[in-house]
Design a protein around this ligand. Structure first.
Ligand code: SF4
Ligand code: SF4
Length: 418
């Protein structure tokens, strides 16, 4: 089972109550960001670019509880930043469990093993570990060599200690569907309860701007990846949302479905955009121009967005909004989506593995270099940014291999091209 029955029951009865009360706009998950600082610096991150005085700040447990009580959503997701760096994260989690909220504590798991003693296993608490694919792809994506191994160690320790553990995976352009499928196998074998997967949002602040996907490419990737599904894969997402990502449904955004509260207040309109802040949840709901958001609105900021925080609440609403939606959800839950065209795409798209740091170094020393496809300045500022943190730039190793010096080389003379 992808989520415990008690959680499914809580969410189903909550949504039905909203339907019976004819409440048009209701929250499903509160995105509670108690801090923005992090111990990683992922290239696709839109949260860690704040100035130092903001990155130093934390929400207090009382501020968190006030937001949770105001909002009333049955589930609370705690992203960040890295929430395990919050000095009172244990108090926040304890207070939310006392309120019977289902919590997804989103972490990159670098600190998970050493902070596990702060928490007690509970059906209300799940660690949602940021894993962006198989080892090399994850390390590439989070710009940290060895990040995957540390996270996996944290996952294993948490499962062994009796905690619920899920994963969340963000995919960018160039993701290899074969590799992601193997990653799903690995996570299931590691014993995670279920997985969540979403395309990345093209934050204008993210250092890497070239790897965000448009809608057509997102649909193709998810169709190739999620068709011909394996029975053992479990996803903690609405099955209709996964169908939406595969291009089998068309949904409009529900930006109020996952409201965000952070150091600045209630963020308008969603987790991804910052069109101002409200002081209270009521003010957020009453003063936001909701019709100006979502792909249906023509807002260019929303044009390529298919992210779960906007479209998953729509699919949940669809499930409970009609008998048809409910029947489709039941069918989708048990379907493995056989699809010959997707299978052919998988076969024609053999796994691509970034070269190891050793191999990349060898190539450079022989006068070969790889042109960085991510750096706007072809390897000056971005590569330097990445080198400082990882010791080697994974993006610099991608794609184009160019021989810089075509003259015959002799042993011991290595023209450096980069
Ligand atoms: S782990 Fe999350 S918060 Fe930290 S840098 Fe990466 S994407 Fe940003
Ligand atoms: S489409 Fe995406 S960016 Fe736009 S409001 Fe919805 S969730 Fe936010």
């Amino acid at each position: 089972m992808a989520v415990p029955v008690s959680q499914m029951w809580t969410v189903a009865t909550y949504v039905l109550r909203q339907k019976i009360a004819r409440r048009k706009r209701y929250p499903l998950v509160l995105m509670l960001e108690p801090l923005f600082r992090c111990n990683l610096a992922c290239a696709g991150c839109g949260k860690i670019q704040y100035p130092a005085h903001i990155l130093k700040r934390d929400l207090t447990p009382e501020e968190c509880f006030k937001a949770v009580d105001e909002c009333g959503a049955p589930m609370v997701s705690i992203p960040g930043g890295e929430p395990l760096m919050h000095p009172q994260i244990d108090k926040i989690v304890e207070g939310l469990i006392a309120r019977k909220k289902y919590i997804y504590l989103c972490t990159n798991a670098l600190l998970l093993k050493e902070k596990l003693h702060l928490f007690k296993p509970s059906k209300y608490l799940s660690f949602s570990v940021h894993m962006d694919g198989q080892k090399e792809h994850h390390d590439f994506s989070v710009c940290r060599e060895g990040g995957f191994d540390i996270a996996l160690e944290g996952i294993r320790a948490a499962i062994e200690a009796g905690f619920r553990v899920t994963t969340n995976t963000t995919l960018f352009d160039g993701a290899d569907p074969n590799s992601v499928r193997q990653f799903f196998d690995e996570m299931m074998e590691a014993g995670v309860e279920s997985m969540m997967v979403s395309p990345g949002y093209s934050y204008d602040k993210a250092p890497d701007q070239k790897h965000f996907m448009g809608r057509a490419r997102t649909r193709r990737l998810f169709r190739t990846m999620l068709s011909n599904r394996k029975k053992k894969w479990r996803f903690n997402q609405s099955p209709l949302f996964l169908e939406y990502l595969m291009g089998k449904r068309n949904y409009n955004c529900t930006p109020w479905g996952m409201p965000t509260y952070n150091l600045f207040g209630w963020q308008k309109p969603c987790y991804l955009l910052q069109d101002g802040y409200a002081e209270s949840y009521k003010e957020l709901m009453e003063t936001t121009e909701w019709d100006g958001y979502g792909t249906q609105s023509g807002n260019p900021q929303c044009a390529n967005c298919m992210v779960h925080c906007g479209y998953e609440p729509t699919s949940v609403d669809d499930t409970f909004g009609s008998l048809r939606g409910f029947v489709d959800t039941v069918k989708a839950t048990f379907s493995l989506y056989p699809d010959k065209a997707a299978l052919a795409d998988l076969e024609h798209d053999p796994p691509k593995t970034p070269p190891s740091p050793k191999r990349a170094g060898r190539e450079r020393s022989r006068g070969w270099t790889r042109t960085c496809p991510a750096a706007p300045c072809n390897g000056s500022s971005f590569t330097a940014w990445c080198h400082r943190r990882t010791g080697s730039c994974p993006r610099f190793r991608a794609r184009k291999l160019t021989r810089l010096d075509s003259r015959p080389r002799h042993r011991g003379r290595h023209p450096r091209g980069d």
